[in-house]
Write a protein that binds this ligand. Sequence first.
Ligand SMILES: NC(=O)NCCC(=O)O
Ligand SMILES: [Zn+2]
Ligand SMILES: [Zn+2]
Length: 484
Amino acid sequence: MPLLIRGGTVVNHDHSRRADVLIHGETIAAVATAIEAPAGSAIIDAGGCYVMPGGIDPHTHLEMPFMGTVTADDFESGTKAALTGGTTMVVDHCLPDPGQSLLSAYQDWRRKSEVAAADYGFHMAVTSWSKQIHDEMETVVKTYGINTFKHFMAYKGALMVNDDELYNSFARCAGLGAMPLVHAENGDIVARMQEAMMARGVTGPEGHAYSRPPEVEGEATNRAIMIADMTGTPLYVVHTSCREAHEAIARARAAGKRVYGEPLIQHLLLDAREYASKDWNHSAQRVMSPPFRDKVHQDSLWAGLQAGSLQVVATDHCAFTTEQKRFGLDDFRKIPNGTGGLEDRMPLLWTAGVGTGRLTKEEFVAVTSANIARILNIYPRKGAVATGSDADLVVWDPAATKAIRASTQFSRIDYNVFEGFTCTGAPAITLSRGKIAWKDGDLRAGKGDGRYIERPAFPPVHVANSTWKELTAPRAVPRGPVTP
Ligand SMILES: NC(=O)NCCC(=O)O
Ligand SMILES: [Zn+2]
Ligand SMILES: [Zn+2]
């Protein structure tokens, strides 16, 4: 049955206009003023609302084994939570166990994600280097439709890779038309700072923040940018949290490098004072890497979103219960790193961004959906309200209010780092490939409704990069024989 969304204002990343949206099956059939309802259509009245592309959260960790435990939200609870907040697609991290082949890790993630209620894709993590990984990367890109590889420059002794491994993997990405992602923190220095904090008797969650200052993130961001440039690949820097890292990205972009930065909603709204709480649980619940920063860094991130030097707002949804956080009661190094935010990212960003004038509604669509769809090479299938696009849509009520409370959330954890925030602007309806997934407080999407989204490699960007590299490559100086 066709579905007509009537009377709303369609908001895309590049323009807004009063228009109706007609959906046939899973895709958008027309976007135009005053569409006549085909016989037998269902009708959604979007009067007073914005009709926007569903959000894409490109950074989640669902049912992920990490730091001796497993994240509490799986693909079902995580994607359901996402849909209630207007996010219709997540990109999760496929994380091979030590020594596990990338191909078998991919199969594990496909099994876990069968319960997803919303669409999803994967980034593949490269946590060591070998000929096997080099060879398997091709299958990951060409057969599995994964065009991004994640590298951790932190978590020494676990996920961390060194510069040589980064170079090898980035160069392989360049050859395959894939894009490297980095968690940019200098893991060697973090490990030394952690030891120093413990030696000083700083064993609580504040030690986590003190041992990961902005300098270690800024240094690693610069280093990753340099290695990406040497290998001729674009680069995506996840959870950019501080001014130093943002400035490194802005500098690289000003020099013509294709580097993208992703602040999290947590870093935009929460600051380092959270770690000074006398309540251990409160501070430990907020332990994540990089940690929350001072206000000056938040201002820099907001400015980056406004100026376009930062492109995407994500959540890094990696949720642990308070009980799990207590693994690190006597030693902050054992507190599982990660926080949640999947269901709150869009209403929070609307409130703090559009509601304050820091972002226009078109910029909101850009940083929550369209930009990442373009970066991940799935635009305009995702990220656009346009004829032929998937009907992943949000009917956004700018007047709706939402009080954030753990007691009413869909995520499985027992707290919410945004507890007590009140949002103005929230989804009245979320549509996932043409089906109503969430409407006026009623979650209709079911287990398994989500679909795996393949993402093709990026020939245009990589051809441009390699063409320019070749044009500007060092060349031998032609000389005659050297006279004695
Ligand atoms: N960010 C965090 O603390 N946990 C998730 C893993 C990661 O992204 O580093
Ligand atoms: Zn990370
Ligand atoms: Zn992460």
